[in-house]
Design a protein around this ligand. Structure first.
Ligand code: NAI
Length: 249
């Protein structure tokens, strides 16, 4: 795989971490499909990339809708003739007591975060195999796969499932030379950094809260052709928060 001119799909790329991932690949001179359930948000990210001289195309796709995913992959094949990298970033959360969590809310979180990641990965791999490409998939999980605050059941379960799904896919597609990894971000602030307090930064070993670029650079690293020995892995990027002892003295 050359290290630019690759065709990269980023889901949930209209905002936050996904938008930064899309911009980072575009800066690397790759060709980016900025996919989001909000067409307006996908267009906005795409325009920003184009204004900076990058190559990007917006595509509206709801990852809970299997037919929209398969249509998107057919469009990618028609438009670009290949898919080298798929970043499964689209995700939602729900903070509510497990006693009050509606089944429909549970399903929505699982269908977006887990099923969406599975179907996008599967359909992306089909395209990679058809075009004989040793592609790379990066799934965005969370440190909440491994530790919890109250009222996060659906989100935590969905992110744990993404970590497991990642190594299962890495095993299944090894014979096709496809690499599958995931990243577990900690607190990544996607808004105005002025909103953050000193205590927010200082509680991290890194002395700062995470930024979308911290995750975007890791995606670039994982999908670099020299790093194909890394597969099935979950890389935690959280400024050290999950390594911090929390006994009270
Ligand atoms: P965000 O809410 O700013 O952006 C998520 C994007 O996904 C939005 O553009 C939204 O329109 C899109 N989206 C939502 N449902 C979708 C669907 N059904 N189909 C397609 N797109 C859909 O979120 P953020 O913070 O940028 O998070 C991105 C990913 O990183 C998520 O998977 C999230 O769980 C994960 N994450 C974020 C952390 C953080 O501190 N920001 C920490 C750990 C994980």
């Amino acid at each position: 795989m050359a290290m630019n001119n690759r065709v990269v799909l980023v889901t949930g790329a209209g905002n936050g971490i996904g938008a930064e991932i899309a911009k980072t690949y575009a800066t690397n001179k790759d060709i980016v499909i900025v996919s989001d359930v909000s067409g307006e948000d996908a267009e906005r990210t795409t325009e920003t990339i184009k204004e900076a001289g990058g190559r990007a195309t917006a595509y509206t796709c709801d990852v809970t809708d299997v037919s929209q995913i398969t249509e998107m992959m057919a469009w990618i094949e028609l438009e670009f003739g290949r898919l080298d990298i798929c970043i499964n970033n689209a995700g939602i959360s729900k903070w509510v007591s497990p006693l009050e969590l509606e089944v429909e809310e549970w399903d929505k979180v699982m269908n977006t975060n887990v099923r969406g990641t599975f179907i996008c990965s599967r359909e992306a791999v089909k395209l990679m195999i058809t075009h004989n490409l040793e592609g790379s998939i990066v799934n965005i999980a969370s440190t909440r796969a491994a530790m919890s605050e109250p009222n996060s059941e659906a989100y935590a379960a969905s992110k744990g499932a993404i970590v497991s799904l990642t190594h299962a896919l890495a095993a299944s597609f090894r014979t096709n030379g496809i690499q599958v990894n995931c990243i577990s971000p900690g607190w990544i602030h996607t808004g105005d950094t002025d909103e953050l307090r000193e205590v927010d930064h200082n509680q991290h070993f890194s002395n700062r809260v995470g930024e979308p670029g911290d995750i975007a650079r890791a995606c670039l690293f994982l999908s670099h052709k020299d790093n194909r020995f890394i597969t099935g892995e979950n890389i935690t990027i959280d400024g050290g928060m999950t390594k911090k002892m929390i006994y009270e003295h």
